[in-house]
Design a protein. Structure first.
Length: 783
C-alpha cells in the first residue's frame, strides 16, 4: 500500500470514529432531565487515582538497585483480574469494598434526592470525565496513591519497575531484559500518562483480557496520573551505599484556570546495571542519570481542557566487568588483557511530548492527543578488549522518532449502555546501525587467521513504519449486579512486515453480593514487534572476508545455520481469564485469578552480544498458564498484603531469525516444548506498613523460584528471597515547612543471588541481585 493511501486510511479512521459517530450521536440526543453528575470521590491531596480494589493501597516496592526514577505520581496498574461490576443507581453511596471491581453509576442521571455535600471543582469534573473514557472495563486495576508509594522502603525514590514487582504475578529480571515480566510475558507492557499512550522506547521493555480500547502491548497497562496542584514543592537528597547521590526537586501549583507540575532528578552511583559477580561492589559499573517531567493544563471553557505533558531522560552506564576471564583471540599482536579493565559504555535517551484536548459535548466525552517521542541507545565497545575476548567489537546505535495521534471517546447512550470508540495512528522512523571490527577465522579449522588485524563491516537499516488501529465497545449493564462488556478492535501494521487483525473481546462481571465479585473474560490480541528489534541483519557481511584473506575465511559472527531465515512476525494470541475477589472480614480481602493464553508466533528476544540491546525472534506456538493468589489486610494505621503466583510458559519451534541460534538448539526446540528463558514457576511478594506516633515503619519482600538456565532452558537459577526495610518521620519545625527524614536498608539479610547465571537461550552474561545497602534521605517542603 502506498504512503498516500496509508495516510488516507489513518486520517479517515480518526474522522469516522471520533467525529462522525460520536458527535452525531451526541447532537441527536436531547436531555429531558437536568444534568447532575454522579457523585465522585473527592480527589486526594496528592495524586488522585480512582479507588480500586485489587491491592492494598500501601503496597511496598522492592529494593533493588539504588533509586533512579523521577518522583513518582500515583501509578494505576491495570491487570486482568475482575471486570467492573454493574453501575449502581445514584442513590447508592456506599464505597466499593477494597478489592472489588469499580462500579460507577451512569454519568447522566436524575438529580439525587438530597444535595451532595461536596462541591466538585472543574478539574475534578474533567478528571472524572477522562476516567469515564478510559474506564478499565473487564479488568481489576490496582491503584497505588502517592502516599502509598511514599510509605515504601525507599519511598518515592523507588524506580517504577521496582514498585511493580510488588504486584501479583510480576517477576524480576535484569535491566537487559526489561527489568520485569508480567505473567511471564516478555516486553509487552504499555505505559500511559493520564490515559495517553506513550510510544515504545528503544529497550524492549497480550496477555490480559483487556477491553477493546487497549491494544498492541497488553500484558499490563501502567497508567500514571499526574500529581495534585497545591502551590507547594519539595527538594530532597537521598544517598548511601554504592556511592549513591540522588537529588530531586518538584513543584506544583495553580494560577487561575491553569495548573502545572514540574519535577526533576539527578542520580549517580556505582551500581548502574546488575553486578556480573556476587561481590558487594561491581567493577566498572558507574552510572549518571538525569530525568525531568512537566505537566501543564488549562481550562479553556466549561467543556474544554487543554493539557501538555513532557519528559526526558538521559542515562550513561559503564558495562560491568568480570575479573579472571582469559582472552580467546589475539589482536594487534596482543595476547593478554585484564578482563577487569575492559571499558565498554552505553548511553540512552528518551524524550516525549504530548498535547491533549479534552472536550465534553452533551453526553459525549472526547480526548484527542498528539504525541511525539525520540529515543536512542548507543553502545561503545572497548576496541581492543572486545576483539580479544569476543572476536568482534561492534558499535551499536538504535534510534527512533515517533509522531502520532490518539483519539478516545465515551457516549452514555442510556441507563444500560455506554459506548466507547477510538483510534490510534503513528509513524515511526527507526535507524539501526552496527559498525563492527571483525577478526578473520578459518571456517574449516576454527583457528584465527594471522595477521590478527580486524576488518570492518557496516550493517544499517532505516525504515519509516506505520501503526494504526480503531476500536468500538459497549458496556451493557444487564442488571445492577451483572455487566457485559463486548467490543472489537482492528489493528494494521506497515513495518518490515505488513499485517493486520480484527480482535473480538468480551468480559462479564457478576457481583452477587457487595463483598463478592466474579469475572470472566476473553480477548483476541495482536502484538506487532518493536520496530527497532524487528530490523533485519545482513548476515552475508559476516560469512566472508575481503581480499587478500583466503576464501575459507569467516568470522565469529557468521550464522551457524544456513538461510533462509524467517522475518520477524507479529504475535497473535487468545487470552482467557477468570477470577473472584472476596471481602472476608472488615479490612481483609482475598482474591484468586486463573488465566490461559495460547499464541502463534510468540514474540521473544534475548541479549546475543555484549551490548545491552535485544534481538527478537518468534516461537511458532506457545502456551501460558497461571494462577494468582492475593490477600490484603488494612486496620487503622496497619496495612499488610501478600501475593503468590504459579505460572508456566512453554513454546516450540523457532520460525524467525534462526541465525541467532545453533543447529542443536533449533533441532531440540523444533521437536520439544521448552520453557521460555524469562519464565519463572513461583513468584511471591508481600509487605507491611505501620504508622506509630508519626514514624512509619515498613518492610517488603520479593521471592522468585529462579528464571530459566542451562542448555535449552531445561534448568533454573536458585530460588531467592530479598527483604527490604525502612523507616521515616516527618518533623514539624516551628517557622519551617515540614522536613522528612528516612533510613532504608535494601536486602536486609545480604542475600547473594543470581538473576541470570549466563546460560539459557538469549542470555549473554551472569547478573546478580543487589547486596545489602544503607540509604538516608532528607526532604524539605516549601511554598
Amino acid at each position: 500500500m502506498s504512503s498516500r493511501k496509508r495516510r488516507l486510511f489513518l486520517s479517515s479512521s480518526s474522522s469516522l470514529v471520533l467525529l462522525s459517530a460520536m458527535l452525531g450521536l451526541a447532537s441527536a440526543q436531547t436531555q429531558s432531565v437536568p444534568e447532575s453528575p454522579a457523585p465522585a470521590a473527592p480527589a486526594p491531596s496528592a495524586p488522585a487515582p480512582t479507588e480500586t480494589p485489587s491491592q492494598a493501597p500501601e503496597q511496598a516496592a522492592p529494593e533493588a538497585v539504588p533509586p533512579g526514577a523521577m518522583p513518582l505520581p500515583p501509578i494505576t496498574v491495570t491487570t486482568p483480574a475482575t471486570p467492573p461490576a454493574p453501575r449502581r443507581p445514584p442513590t447508592v453511596t456506599a464505597a466499593q469494598p477494597a478489592g472489588s471491581a469499580p462500579a460507577p453509576g451512569p454519568r447522566r442521571t436524575a438529580a439525587p434526592s438530597a444535595p451532595a455535600p461536596n462541591v466538585t471543582s472543574p478539574t475534578q469534573t474533567f478528571d472524572r470525565q477522562r476516567d469515564n473514557i478510559f474506564a478499565p472495563l473487564g479488568t481489576a486495576p490496582t491503584t497505588l496513591s502517592r502516599e502509598a508509594i511514599e510509605a515504601l522502603p525507599q519511598g518515592t525514590n523507588t524506580p517504577v519497575d521496582k514498585v511493580l514487582l510488588q504486584l501479583p504475578g510480576v517477576t524480576q529480571d535484569t535491566a537487559a531484559s526489561g527489568g520485569l515480566h508480567v505473567r511471564n510475558e516478555h516486553a509487552n507492557v504499555s505505559y500511559r500518562i493520564n490515559g495517553i499512550l506513550l510510544p515504545d522506547g528503544i529497550g524492549a521493555f497480550g496477555q490480559f483480557p483487556l477491553p477493546a480500547q487497549y491494544g498492541l502491548r497488553t500484558s499490563g497497562i501502567v497508567d500514571i496520573k499526574t500529581a495534585a496542584f497545591t502551590n507547594s514543592g519539595q527538594i530532597g537528597v537521598y544517598g548511601g551505599s554504592r556511592e549513591t547521590i540522588n537529588t530531586n526537586a518538584q513543584y506544583g501549583g495553580k494560577t487561575g484556570s491553569t495548573e502545572y507540575f514540574f519535577t526533576g532528578r539527578y542520580l549517580q552511583n556505582i551500581l548502574g546495571i546488575e553486578n556480573t559477580t556476587p561481590l558487594i561492589n561491581a567493577i566498572h559499573d558507574r552510572t549518571q542519570q538525569d530525568r525531568s517531567f512537566a505537566y501543564v493544563s488549562t481550562i479553556v471553557d466549561p467543556t474544554t481542557r487543554l493539557s501538555f505533558i513532557g519528559g526526558m531522560a538521559n542515562n550513561r552506564f559503564q558495562i560491568p566487568n568480570t575479573p579472571g576471564i582469559l582472552p580467546s583471540f589475539t589482536a594487534f599482536g596482543l595476547s593478554s588483557f585484564d578482563s577487569s579493565r575492559v571499558n565498554e559504555n552505553q548511553k540512552d535517551s528518551y524524550k516525549f511530548g504530548v498535547v491533549a484536548l479534552q472536550k465534553t459535548v452533551n453526553d459525549v466525552d472526547l480526548q484527542l492527543a498528539y504525541f511525539t517521542r525520540s529515543s536512542m541507545v548507543e553502545f561503545t565497545p572497548d576496541p581492543i578488549a572486545d576483539l580479544m575476548f569476543n572476536g568482534v567489537a561492534t558499535k551499536v546505535y538504535r534510534g527512533s522518532v515517533v509522531n502520532g495521534i490518539q483519539g478516545d471517546s465515551a457516549f452514555q447512550l442510556n441507563e444500560a449502555h455506554t459506548l466507547r470508540a477510538g483510534m490510534f495512528a503513528s509513524a515511526e522512523k527507526t535507524t539501526v546501525s552496527g559498525v563492527s571490527q571483525l577478526l578473520p577465522i578459518d571456517s574449516t579449522t576454527g583457528a584465527q587467521i594471522l595477521p590478527d588485524v580486524p576488518f570492518p563491516a557496516i550493517d544499517t537499516s532505516v525504515l519509516l513504519g506505520w501503526l494504526g488501529g480503531v476500536y468500538l465497545q459497549d458496556e451493557w449493564r444487564l442488571t445492577n449486579r451483572l455487566t457485559l462488556n463486548t467490543g472489537a478492535r482492528f489493528d494494521q501494521m506497515w513495518q518490515y512486515q505488513n499485517a493486520n487483525q480484527l480482535s473480538p473481546r468480551v468480559s462479564l462481571t457478576y457481583k452477587p453480593l457487595d463483598t463478592t465479585t466474579f469475572h470472566a473474560g476473553f480477548a483476541r490480541t495482536f502484538t506487532p514487534p518493536v520496530q527497532v528489534i524487528a530490523a533485519p541483519t545482513n548476515t552475508a557481511l559476516f560469512t566472508g572476508c575481503p581480499a587478500p584473506l583466503p576464501p575459507t575465511c569467516t568470522t565469529i559472527q557468521a550464522p551457524r545455520v544456513p538461510p533462509p531465515y524467517g522475518a520477524f512476525l507479529p504475535e497473535r494470541a487468545n487470552v482467557y481469564d477468570i477470577g473472584v475477589m472476596q471481602k472476608v472480614l472488615p479490612g481483609l480481602e482475598l482474591g484468586v485469578d486463573v488465566y490461559l493464553k495460547t499464541a502463534r508466533a510468540l514474540i521473544d528476544d534475548g541479549q546475543f552480544g555484549a551490548a545491552l540491546v535485544l534481538n527478537g525472534f518468534n516461537y511458532d506456538k506457545a502456551q501460558n498458564t497461571g494462577v494468582e493468589l492475593k490477600a490484603v489486610y488494612t486496620e487503622g494505621n496497619f496495612r499488610a498484603y501478600a501475593n503468590w503466583a504459579w505460572a508456566n510458559q512453554r513454546a516450540t519451534n523457532i520460525i524467525t531469525n534462526q541465525y541467532l541460534f545453533g543447529p542443536d538448539e533449533l533441532a531440540y526446540i523444533r521437536n520439544n516444548w521448552i520453557y521460555t528463558d524469562h519464565s519463572q514457576v513461583w513468584t511471591g511478594s508481600g509487605g507491611i506498613s505501620y504508622l506509630w506516633n508519626g514514624t512509619r515503619f515498613t518492610s517488603d519482600v520479593i521471592y522468585g523460584s529462579g528464571l530459566r538456565s542451562g542448555d535449552f532452558n531445561t534448568d533454573h537459577n536458585a530460588p531467592y528471597a530479598q527483604v527490604n526495610a525502612g523507616m521515616s518521620h516527618e518533623f514539624d519545625i516551628p517557622g519551617w515547612k515540614p522536613v522528612t527524614l528516612r533510613f532504608d536498608v535494601v536486602n536486609v539479610f545480604d542475600v547473594s543471588y543470581a538473576l541470570r547465571d549466563g546460560t539459557g537461550i538469549g542470555v549473554f552474561a551472569r547478573q546478580f541481585g543487589p547486596r545489602r545497602g544503607y540509604y538516608f534521605g532528607l526532604a524539605q517542603k516549601f511554598g
